[in-house]
Design a protein around this ligand. Structure first.
Ligand code: BJW
Length: 234
């Protein structure tokens, strides 16, 4: 394997599936239980804030009952032991990468444990429910919403992500269907930049054909094996 000095990793709901967190588009996933436009758009929130706040309150509460799995742990080991540049870009709003010990993590679709005030636009760490309309810790307005990125909104820290992609020699996508942009386009962006690309997913995804290599299987098995390869233990 050629020397690797800079890696960008994209993770999606599939990496947390073995921890017991529902994915979005798989059978039994979140979008089978809710209409996307009801709970994951600004228009849905404006129409029925109780429904949306309740949906995210339940998911925030459920985090207490789940644990990182071997895939999160392997990426945390990579973060600790890989001396090159590394950025773990996650689309997930859970905190399992951090709880496994990873530090170089960017949440492009926000975080369940963060609140965004629609009055003063400040973000605050958040653990409790929002459906009872608690005051914003900064301005006291009862105007909090989940600090997550809905359809039609701009994902977070895009400049930092594209900058990391420009400097990368390997892009790895883990457990994502490749159905949602701009994340789904990173593989093409990477290829245009001459970056090697690898997909680790349960099954072939919508974008599999864009990758130089695609491996199928459970993240809890594929990711530790791949991390061993990178750290020279393969
Ligand atoms: C396993 C496994 C195991 C299971 N092991 N694997 C037409 C064309 C192109 C774009 C658009 C378009 N019309 C509209 C758009 C833009 C729109 C979009 O992409 N729409 C699509 C429907 C087409 N995108 C946006 O609006 C975004 N903003 C935007 O584009 O701004 C403008 C912009 C322009 C230019 C540059 C930058 C910006 C915002 C998107 C926000 C998405 N938000 C959500 C909700 C977040 C909060 C929450 O969690 O509730 O993000 S939607 C949902 O989908 C969530 C996820 O992060 C995201 C991706 O889902 P993911 O992770 O891929 O999950 P699944 O379930 O789809 O897939 C799981 C995969 O895991 C599967 O493949 C399984 O096989 C696999 N798996 N078990 C390994 N054990």
């Amino acid at each position: 394997m050629a020397e690797i000095s800079s890696i960008v990793i994209l993770t999606g709901a599939g990496i947390s599936a073995e921890s017991g967190i529902d994915t979005f588009r798989d059978a039994g996933g979140l979008w089978e239980q809710h209409r996307v436009e009801d709970v994951a758009t600004p228009e849905g929130f404006a129409r029925d804030p109780d429904l949306v706040l309740g949906f995210y309150d339940l998911r925030r509460k459920a985090l207490a009952g789940v644990q990182p799995n071997p895939a999160h742990e392997a990426l945390a080991r990579l973060d600790a032991e890989f001396s090159g540049e590394l950025l773990i870009v996650t689309q997930n709003v859970d905190n399992l990468h951090e709880r496994a010990g990873a530090r170089r993590v960017l949440h492009m679709h926000g975080e369940l444990k963060s609140a965004l005030c629609t009055a003063c636009e400040m973000r605050s760490p958040w653990d409790a429910a929002m459906s009872d309309r608690p005051p914003c810790p900064v301005c006291q307005a009862p105007s909090l919403r989940p600090d997550v990125v809905w359809f039609g909104e701009m994902p977070y820290q895009m400049d930092r992500i594209y900058s990391a992609l420009r400097g990368a020699d390997l892009f790895v996508s883990i457990g994502t269907s490749g159905a949602v942009y701009p994340a789904a386009g990173f593989v093409r962006d990477a290829r245009e930049l001459g970056v090697r690309t690898l997909e680790l997913n349960l099954e072939r995804s919508e974008g599999s054909h864009w990758f130089h290599e695609s491996r199928q299987g459970r993240a809890g098995e594929l990711v530790p094996t791949w991390v061993d390869e990178i750290l020279g233990r393969g």
